[in-house]
Design a protein around this ligand. Structure first.
Ligand code: NAP
Length: 314
C-alpha cells in the first residue's frame, strides 16, 4: 500500500480557480498539492484569443495563459501532480483523496476547482471550426464578430442571453432552436422577440458546419427541419453553441451539497461548501458568470478561507 501524503491543502483541478488558489496557498506557506485532472488547464486550453483577462495590453492565447498560471503556481512552491482524483472521503478528518496513480492524500482542507464543460453538439465538423468561428461563450468571443452574422444554437436562458449579448457586436443574430417554444424565462423571451437584430428559426437542428478548411473559418450552417426533415443553409460567420454546461462534480455527489443541476453550493460571500474545510471555486459552483477572471477571484477566496480554517485548528 502506498504511503499517505499528509498536507495542508489539496487543490483538485487546474483551471484559473485551481491555479489561483495554489498561488495564494503557496504564498501562505501552506505547500499546496494540486492534482490537475484529465484536461490540465481547463476550458481556456480550448479557446484561442483572450482579450478580457486583465493585465494584458495585447491579445493573448488561452493555452498560453494557462501555461503561465501553471508556471506561476510552480514558482511559488505548488506541487503539481498530473493525475486524476478518483475517490474522496470527506467524512474522515483529515480528508482523504485517492488518485488514479495510487497516491493517497490526507489533507486538512480541500479546494474543489474541477470546473464545468460546455455541452457540444457532437458533430464532426464542429471540431474543425471550434475556436475558428464556433464558440460556447459569447462573453469571451462575441467581440470578434463585429458587424458580422452569427447564430446561437439552443433555447434555454443561456442561448437567449448570448443572443441578446451578441447584438452588441453582430449585424444580425439568428437563434436556432430544435422545438417551437423556448425553455428560457418569459422576461428573456420578451427581450429576445423585441430585439430587431434577432431572428428566431424554429424546429431546426444543425446537420453540418461548413467553411474554409484551410484558414480555417466558418461560412455557413446546414440545418435540418425536425418536422419534415427538409434541409436548408444559413450563411453565418460565427456560431455559438449554448445548449448547457455540465459541472464536473460526479466525484462529489452525496459528499457535499449540490443544487438540482449538480453545481456545488457554497455559503453566501464564501467558497465554503456544506463541509467545513472543503471549498469550491470557479465554474464548479458558478452557473452565472463562468469567466476566467471570476474563477480566479474565487480561487483566491478559497485559499484565504483555507488558510484561516487551518490557523483556527492550531
Ligand atoms: P438549459 O436550460 O438546459 O437549456 C439548454 C437548451 O439547449 C434547451 O433549450 C435545449 O433544448 C437545447 N439543447 C440541448 N441539447 C441540444 C442539442 N443536442 N441540440 C440542440 N439543442 C439542444 O441550459 P442553459 O440555458 O445553459 O441553462 C442552464 C441552467 O442555468 C438553467 O437552470 C438556467 O436557468 C440557468 N441559467 C440562468 C441564467 C440566469 O438566471 N440569468 C442564465 C443562464 C443560465 P430543449 O428546450 O428542446 O430541451
Amino acid at each position: 500500500m502506498k504511503e499517505k501524503i499528509n498536507i495542508e491543502v489539496l487543490i483538485i483541478g487546474s483551471g484559473p480557480a485551481g491555479y489561483t488558489a495554489a498561488i495564494y496557498a503557496a504564498r501562505a506557506n501552506l505547500r499546496p498539492h494540486l492534482v490537475s485532472g484529465l484536461e490540465p488547464g481547463g476550458q481556456l486550453t480550448i479557446t484561442t484569443d483572450v482579450e478580457n483577462y486583465p493585465g494584458y495590453g495585447d491579445t493573448i492565447q488561452g493555452p498560453w495563459l494557462m501555461e503561465e498560471m501553471k508556471k506561476q503556481s510552480l514558482n511559488v512552491g505548488t506541487i503539481i501532480h498530473n493525475d486524476l482524483v478518483t475517490e474522496v472521503d470527506f467524512n474522515s478528518y483529515p480528508f482523504i483523496s485517492k488518485t488514479d496513480s495510487g497516491l493517497i492524500f490526507e489533507s486538512k482542507t480541500v479546494i474543489i476547482s474541477t470546473g464545468a464543460q460546455a455541452r457540444w453538439l457532437g458533430i464532426k465538423s464542429e471540431e474543425k471550426f471550434k475556436g475558428y468561428g464556433i464558440s460556447a461563450c459569447a462573453t469571451c468571443d462575441g467581440f470578434f464578430f463585429k458587424d458580422q452574422k452569427v447564430a446561437v444554437i439552443g433555447g434555454g436562458n443561456s442561448a437567449v442571453e448570448e443572443a441578446l449579448y451578441l447584438t452588441n457586436f453582430a449585424s444580425k443574430v439568428t437563434l436556432i432552436h430544435r422545438r417551437d417554444e423556448l425553455r428560457a424565462e418569459k422576461i428573456l423571451q420578451d427581450r429576445l422577440f423585441k430585439n430587431p437584430k434577432i431572428n428566431v428559426i424554429w424546429n431546426k437542428t444543425i446537420k453540418e458546419f461548413i467553411g474554409n478548411d484551410k484558414k480555417p473559418s466558418l461560412e455557413s450552417l446546414v440545418l435540418k427541419d425536425t418536422k419534415d426533415n427538409s434541409v436548408s443553409k444559413l450563411s453565418v460567420n460565427g456560431a455559438f453553441v449554448a445548449i448547457g454546461h455540465d459541472p464536473s462534480t460526479s466525484l462529489f455527489i452525496n459528499k457535499v451539497q449540490m443544487d438540482k443541476d449538480n453545481y456545488i453550493i457554497t455559503k453566501p460571500d464564501s467558497t465554503e461548501t456544506s463541509i467545513e474545510g472543503i471549498y469550491a471555486a470557479g465554474d464548479v459552483k458558478d452557473k452565472i458568470y463562468r469567466q476566467a477572471v471570476t474563477a480566479a477571484g474565487m480561487g483566491c477566496m478559497a485559499a484565504l478561507e483555507a488558510e484561516k480554517f487551518i490557523a483556527s485548528k492550531k
